[in-house]
Structure formats: structure tokens, C-alpha cells
Design a protein around this ligand. Sequence first.
Ligand code: IMP
Length: 464
Amino acid sequence: MSEMNAPVTGAVVVVGTHWGDEAKGKFVDLIGQDADVIIRYGGGPNAGHTVIVGDTTHKFHLIPSGILNPRSLCLMADGMVIAPEVLAREVATLREHGLSVENLRVSQNAHVILPYHRKLDLLEETAKGEGAIGTTGRGVGPCYADKASRIGIRMGDLVNEERLRERLRVVLPMKNALLTKLYGAEPFTEEEILAELLPLADTLRPFVCDTQALAYDAVAVGKRILFEGAQATLLDIDGGTYPYVTSSHPISGGATIGTGVPPTAIGQVLGVVKAYTTRVGAGTFPTELLDERGERIRERGHEYGTTTGRPRRCGWLDAFALRYSMRVNGITGLCMGHLDVLAGFKTVQICTHYAKNGVKLAHFPTGDVSLLDGCEPVFETLPGWEEADWDRMTRFEDLPANAQAYVRRVEEIAGIPAVLVSVGPRRDQTLVASGKPAPRELFTLQRPQVFGAPALAPIPSHVL
Ligand code: IMP
């Protein structure tokens, strides 16, 4: 068989199942060791991923965690929004650590976050008053808004001085009118923006190219492709808890929209879930623990934002939201992390449903954010587990019996098998259950025909 006709192995997508910070970076890093191409498909410097390899901690906001694998091509695809100064800094940091960036490519179609986006992000948040979303303030929302309004500036424009000047001449007067007339803020001059951007363009030019074509060629010759999700399902602009969401598509579908790779190339979707749930920023969070139990999870789990340092809100695992996440992403396997953090609780709880005015909801409510207000979580209580020697564990079966039972119960509720379980930040603190595929096998697994647990309510016959 010629290389061009080789069978397409299934790409693997890694997504966050809740409101972000599920520690996807660790799993991407692990599975990415066997990937030929690692692609980040959405979001921007609002993300933050920490990967610990040996004694070194790496923190990235833009560059995919996959960069640590020198064997794989690392793409920042069309769906991303890129702050050039952050990217240039991350490239410099990697080089300082003696790590190669030879394998990094940035899409010419990714949009550029400009100084006015950051300013507008902060001004818009202030203008929203009580309704503020609690954005990361990195200009992400205003940049995606310009993309949709077709007044964005793309990486391909950034690295072409003539085109950059042309675009700025059209866009900047509109942005300055908004800044000065609506918000009474200072305008930007074309010169100051160019003075900041042109040197950055020189640094980044070698990386900018047609990543769609690279990704497609990799699919066509059967390379092992890993899509690295940023943010998470409930922050999706359409499927999330709008308006308390980000402005991109973190769900698995974003992996095709944001890269140009067709959906048929995807084989597995891994949902990364913590043993508990966290949320940063505003918005209803039904399983939130506002007492010392939440505090204990936050301290033990180091639940402080990588990007903003904000303390994360912590609560019991929301498996009702997990079922929704399974549905919109088509999750085929769970990667469950932070099991060690829950050690020491006499009992632990899992939210299986929400109830509103005493009635169990059939589906996780996303249509109208007010539907989530007043939802009471319905919990199932399970026995907790004691501290264990988390450093020495190598197999799922080494976990305390109650921790194993907890994972099994989550699998049952979600209707999805757990393929990897993590008990600490290091690569080697990841456990594979016997009978489950090893990370390298994920790329060649047959896509299962099951769609997880069925929806709770039968579909009314008049709808079908
Ligand atoms: P933005 O993405 O900065 O516009 O923020 C919108 C919402 O998404 C806020 O509630 C943020 O806290 C949240 N958010 C954005 N990125 C992340 C992330 O990587 N982890 C968790 N929350 C995030």
C-alpha cells in the first residue's frame, strides 16, 4: 500500500469535562510521548498548563504542552488567539532551558491579540458591573469578537508588514472610537502598536505557516495525532454556561473547526476529569463547597490559577455535568486526576443529578443561565479513603479499595470507562487499570459504538 493510501489511524482529542483546570497538560504530555503531531486548536493566553518532568516544572499559556516531546510536530492552529509577546516569551524560555522549538508551527490563520483587545477586555468587564464574567483579562473575548466581525488581524498579517499596516489603518480608527467615545479611554497610535509588533513579528515569522495543510498531510499518511484542548466543555461559547464562558470552542468539535482536520479523522475523545470539580470566575456552581471542606480541597490540590493566581472555587464531583460533557464531546474514555487530593475525607460525595423546586432535571441546563440558578445538587455518598503511598503506586489495583470503588462508580454514572487515573502531578504517577489500553494504544483503538449512558429522559415521540 502506498503511503498516501495508508489507513487513517484515529486522532485522539483531549478535552476538559467541566470548567477548566482539569490538569489536561499532564495527560497530554503523557499520551503525547507517542504522538507524531500535537495540535492546540483553541483559546489563547487565558489557558495555563503546568507539566512536571523530572525536577523541572514547565508552565505554558500558549505553546501546547506537547512541545516537550522533541519527536512530535507541535501546531498552534487556526482556532487560537495569540498574544505575540507571550508567545515570544515562551519561545525564549524554552530555549533558555535548552529545549528545542524547531518543531513548533503557528497557523497563519490564528488571530492576534492586540493591546486594544486587552484594554477593551478590562473596560467591558468593568462596564458589566455585577454581571462581570471574571475573565482572565488577556483580551481573548474582544479578539474573538473581531474575528467574527471580520476586523481581526491574523498571524499571516502580523508577519507581513505591508498587510499589517493596511489592516491597522482600517481597524484602529474603529477601536479608538470605541475606546475614546464609549469608554473615555486613551486611544492607541498606529506607531506605538507597530513599534511593539514589528520586532515580535521578526521573532515569530519563522514559525508561521499553513498548519491546516500540515495537519491534513499528517492525517492522510496515518500519523498519530493528538489534539490538545484548552479550557473546557462548560466554558464552550455555545455549549457552555453562557454568558459565563470563554469565546472559543473547547469541546471536541473545536478540534476540527479550529484546525481544518475533518471529524472523520478522530478516533478517541478523552475527557479529563478531576476527582472533584473546580471553577474560576463568576457563574453558578451547584456542587461548590463553601465551608472548610472546599478550603481543604483547594489547599491540598493547590487550586490556584496558573494564569491569574486566583483561588479556584472547589466542590464535589459534578457527575451530572460530566454526563452532559460526555454527550457533547462524544467522550470514549475518562482520564481521572487528583484522586490523592480527596484522601482523608471520611465520606465523599458525587452529584448524580440536579433538582429544581423538588423536581429532578432530565438534562444539564445550558440554554439559559438562570436555569442553573437555584439548582440543588442531588448527592450520592461513598466511603472515603485514607492517605496512601501515592509516590509508589504503579497500577490501578494499588489504589485504596474505596478509591477504586469511587472511580468505578463514576464510570457507571457517566457510562464511560476510565482509561487513566492520576494520583500526583508527575508523569509516573499515572495508573492504567488492567485490561485498559496503554496510552500508546489509544491511537489505534477502534472507536467504540457506545455513546455512554443514555439521556435520563426519553425523547417525546412528537420530537422524533
Ligand atoms: P476569558 O477566556 O479570559 O474571556 O474568560 C472567560 C471565562 O473563562 C472566565 O470565567 C475565566 O475564568 C474562564 N477561563 C478562561 N480560561 C480558563 C482556563 O484555562 N481555566 C479555567 N477557566 C478559564
